[in-house]
Design a protein around this ligand. Structure first.
Ligand code: GUN
Ligand code: FE
Length: 457
């Protein structure tokens, strides 16, 4: 899809650097015909009036309107598409039982691609409507259903990274939901990579394939090694789960005598752009390894509260220079919204800092210096996620793709209320948006300069 060139006029808020909120009021953002931001002009710049008038007279001006904000679209680094019908279900169980009793039986049903055709368009539309312009997806082990997912993202105009899941270890995967052999998983992955790269309409690689071993416990050594080689040969990003909860973390140590991170590197799966979901139980050396390999972490704060037995030490990871973004982990996390996950990333970092057990003294209750603030949370969901994937989105800067949201809280169903003289500055509005936005506030969504959702229509 190509967009006509246009100029957006309004208040732009973004976090181009971690911890730094920049607000451009009455800004002009010019987007070229390939959806790339070619210019960002502030009202005090000499060419401002001329550019604005030129855009208005040629019918290429898109105005945000009073009280609205343009924000960068969000990058959800971890979504399990086939689990969408299970959102908000079965979260009373620990990870291994949740997988075996609910999740694997549901995913097995995508052998029938009709289920994928029924579920995936609704999932992708819901994510776009919640502001997710880039989605990183696990599909299932099925070729056809995985192809339906890739095609659905492309048709909807969502930037997406999609993986056909590999799980082949007979001792840890159910008989009716497992690759028949390591070879089946490897051949299926290569076929899927080829399919996605050749999809008609995907010439700009809006949708890209990912090599996707589910996690070490579900894969044989042969599959893990083969997928590591394939990621290198095909220059294809990797996604997997890493040291999620006590059970997964210990499982890998018992099997290999080494941590998840160490073994992922051994198998060639830690590469630039590799997305490790959760990674809650990393040692200091594990963190250094991930930073060295330029892999990244999908921090999934809501899911972690249910399945990970701990709070991810986010501040420590960031201070060590790790690349980190946010993930919903649908359906381990019960919300499709990255705004909701921003809120929970902030709250859980505060709980880690102060600790949670009032029976302990204040000194021994928490981990000092663990908190993040609202600006860092938004950075994680936008520029941070983009850095993990090494893609030019998440900021309003020349050279970046115009993946953006227009947030307008003036509708009758909004929870966002500003009060003249008290909380009516753009910075106050940004904070209210971060803490209170619901999907009805997101009026328009663009990916690559193409408007993919318009609630005003
Ligand atoms: N570990 C292996 N598979 C899964 C999954 O589907 N969700 C989560 N949260 N963890 C996993
Ligand atoms: Fe997951």
């Amino acid at each position: 899809m190509r967009s006509a060139p246009f100029t957006a006029l309004g208040t732009f808020a973004h976090t181009p650097k971690r911890g730094h909120l920049e607000i451009i009021e009455h800004g002009l953002v010019h987007v070229d015909a390939s959806g790339i931001i070619s210019d960002v002009i502030r009202p005090d710049q000499p060419r401002y009036q001329a550019v604005r008038e030129q855009a208005a007279t040629s019918g290429q001006l898109i105005e945000g309107g009073p009280g609205s904000l343009f924000l960068p679209g969000m990058v959800d680094l971890h979504i399990h598409a086939p689990q969408w019908p299970q959102l908000g279900q079965a979260l009373h169980l620990p990870l291994d039982r949740w997988l075996n009793e609910y999740t694997f039986p549901l995913e097995a049903r995508y052998l029938d691609p009709a289920l994928a055709r029924a579920v995936y368009p609704q999932l992708v539309q819901t994510l776009l409507a919640n502001g997710t312009t880039t989605g990183v997806y696990f599909s299932s082990i099925h070729q056809e259903a995985s192809e339906v997912l890739a095609k659905t993202c492309l048709d909807a105009g969502q930037r997406a990274f999609v993986g056909r899941v590999v799980m082949d270890d007979p001792s840890h995967c159910p008989d009716d939901y497992r690759d028949a052999s390591a070879r089946t998983g490897l051949d299926g992955t290569l076929d899927f990579i080829t399919f996605v790269r050749a999809m008609t309409g995907n010439e700009s690689a809006l949708v890209q394939p990912m090599v996707t071993p589910r996690f070490i416990p579900s894969c044989t050594d042969q599959a893990l090694e083969g997928l590591g080689n394939m990621a290198g040969d095909q220059q294809c990003r990797v996604q997997t789960h890493c040291s999620e909860g006590d059970w997964q973390h210990q499982f890998v140590i018992d099997r290999f005598g080494h941590s998840d991170t160490y073994m992922l590197r051994e198998f060639g799966l830690l590469r630039p752009g590799s997305v490790l979901a959760h990674a809650n139980f990393l040692s200091g050396p594990d963190m250094q390894t991930i930073a060295q390999e330029k892999a990244g972490i999908a921090h999934c704060p809501l899911s972690n509260a249910y399945l990970a037995n701990s709070v991810f030490p986010l501040r420590q990871a960031l201070d060590l220079g790790l690349r980190v973004g946010l993930g919903t982990d649908i359906a381990g996390g019960p919300s499709p919204s990255l705004f909701e996950n921003c809120r929970y990333a902030i709250s859980s970092s505060r709980m880690l800092e102060d600790g949670v057990d009032p029976a302990r003294s204040a000194e021994e209750r928490g981990r000092a210096g663990s908190r993040i603030d609202f600006m860092e949370a938004y950075w994680l969901a936008t520029a941070g996620g983009a850095q993990v994937l090494d893609i030019p989105v998440g900021r309003f800067e020349p050279g970046c793709c115009f993946d953006a949201l227009l947030v307008d809280p003036s509708g009758p169903h909004s929870n966002i209320h500003c009060h003249p003289g008290i909380s009516d500055t753009a910075k106050a509005l940004f904070q209210k948006v971060l803490y209170h936005l619901t999907r009805s506030d997101i009026r328009k969504v663009w990916v690559d300069g193409v408007m993919v959702l318009n609630q005003d229509r």
